[in-house]
Design a binder for this molecule. Sequence first.
Ligand SMILES: [Zn+2]
Length: 298
Amino acid sequence: MKPLEVVVLGSGSIIPTKNRHHASIWVRREGDVFLWDCGEGTQGQIQKAGLSFMKVDKIFITHWHADHFAGLLGLIETFNLEGRKEELNIYGPEASRFVSLLSDMSWYDFGFQVKAVDVDFEGKEESILVEEDEYTIRSVPVDHSVPAVAYCLEEKDSLNINEEKAAEYDLYPGPKMGELKRNGSIEHRGQKIKLEDVSDVTEGRKIVYSGDTLPVDTVKKLSENADLLIHDATFAEETSHKHSSARDAGRVAKEANVKKLLLTHYSRRYKDLDPLKKAAEEYHKDVEISKDLMKIEL
Ligand SMILES: [Zn+2]
């Protein structure tokens, strides 16, 4: 399987603490790197985590509250100073409006294209934002105090030829097998063989990040059978300012049959996060508390 990792760059909420920076999640699938949110201090956190910000391909902003985007301008200027040439796509609800405002706030003449991609934030439908051969990145609207979305990276299932199964069709490694891999089916010794007839299926992995939201069905649906759900858990038990509690997050994870739930975006009132973990565990058995610079490999 290709490397797939998540690094929590910031686990705090609107007011950061000494140990919890503003929201940002680093997602890497093999050579492709994405940031999900880019709160203040993201550049510094990338360096502390031993990562390279020049590797970031695309940035996805869940909503335009400063704790989720205030690190953008500095990061873009760093890209510029370091000689970035590749286009940078910034996704988010009303991204073109906000990216244009941000660009006007700086004297820099960027040596690369910054392209804003508006993401649908109304209704309940998923949008496909990135479609690669091996994975997609999608979004759904959520319910926060401003237009906001959740993001998901999902790998496509992959088919790997099982030579024993292939031998049953009198098919062996060679040009014919290559043709089957390329075309998905072949005619061989008078019969049609499909790739799935002779392959094992490796199920793709899935990561979802809710951003700031009340518990909502759109996130639940997006998270179905996900390997990892990173969910807003601003409070332990109550819901306020259109944020979820850890208990809500636990319920969403349970109902979506998620393998692992990672809580994040904690109110600064919690020095000890154990009550949040316990509240989520009322519903889900595999709950982890995110910490800044924590890395999860899937
Ligand atoms: Zn927030």
